[in-house]
Ligand binder design. Structure first.
Ligand SMILES: [Zn+2]
Length: 292
């Protein structure tokens, strides 16, 4: 069967929480709804995994059984451009996530690279590359089967423009391109207004990293509110005040024959993930009013 675009949620949907679902129930519940990806949120972790190997294994087995692709969002407390002690703690946190990702069979650990702080942007970025090379070596030495997924970031003071993320993907082995489209929209203060605005980014990725990296990208999507500094808040797909519109990305996915994994980050997770899935189906079937 040809690869196809997968849709899933960033963490456990609110309705599952109300059902008091166990973590290992999540893959079957998502599958019942028609979804096939799940991003486990390890966002508050320190230097040790906060799930047991047994529980991680159980989640992984359920995901496999129901064909739900697992990814992990690593700790928010990572800054690979900070002072030495901050960088070494950040590396430990990233590796703790990678260990647990390997236990559960998550294919990528998504992370936020760092902050420019008082450094020159180029020096901050160099520091990130150096630290990531070291993390990648540790992942290799420990034989962990997980890719590093640097994410495009929504605030101007965060490392994570599309150009920086592409350089990381070129320079560091074993990386997975992670594009948060809402973040890019916010970082550049509302850049995605028509299909071509997204197509330009897709073309840049294709020419820099190749078709395979473009077609297999890992995405985050939500509508987003921003100020002059960039990202402020994630919003529902139904809120007309905010962008970007998912239809624009759907059109580009169809044009470039992409089959990304798309993780919904709006406040209603699964409901909006299903909405995106439906929109993409309509575009693929040619039933859409989106302007080319
Ligand atoms: Zn993120």
């Amino acid at each position: 069967m040809a690869e196809q675009t997968r849709f899933g949620t960033a963490g456990v949907p609110p309705t599952f929480r109300m059902l008091k679902a166990k973590m290992y129930d999540v893959p079957s519940l998502l599958r019942e709804e028609g979804l096939d990806a799940f991003e486990y949120q390890a966002v508050r972790w320190g230097s040790q995994p906060q799930i047991t190997q047994q529980d991680a294994g159980k989640l992984g087995a359920e995901a496999k059984k129901h064909d739900v692709r697992l990814s992990m969002h690593g700790s928010y407390f990572i800054n690979l451009a900070g002072k030495d002690d901050v960088i070494s703690a950040s590396k430990e946190r990233l590796i703790a996530g990678a260990i647990a990702a390997d236990w559960m069979g998550a294919y990528v650990i998504v992370f936020h690279t760092g902050f420019y702080g008082k450094l020159e942007k180029s020096n901050a970025f160099k520091s990130c590359l150096k630290a990531l090379k070291e993390v990648n070596q540790t992942i290799k030495d420990m034989n962990l089967k997980v890719k590093l997924g640097p994410e495009t970031m929504g605030r101007k003071f965060q490392v994570g423009s599309i150009d920086e993320i592409m350089i990381i993907c070129q320079e560091i082995e074993n990386t997975q391109l992670v594009v948060d489209w809402g973040h890019l929209h916010a970082r550049d203060l509302g850049t995605f207004k028509k299909v071509d605005d997204i197509r330009v980014v897709a073309e840049k990725i294709e020419s820099t990293l190749g078709s395979k990296m473009l077609q297999n990208m890992h995405c985050h999507f939500s509508k987003i509110e921003f100020s002059s500094q960039g990202e402020r808040k994630h919003h529902l797909l139904d809120e007309p005040r905010y962008g970007p519109e998912f239809e624009l990305l759907a059109k580009v996915i169809a044009d470039f024959q992409m089959h990304p994994t798309i993780i919904c980050e709006t406040p209603i997770l699964d409901i909006d993930a299903l909405k995106m899935k439906k929109m993409l189906q309509q575009v693929l079937e040619g039933k859409t009013g989106v302007d080319p």
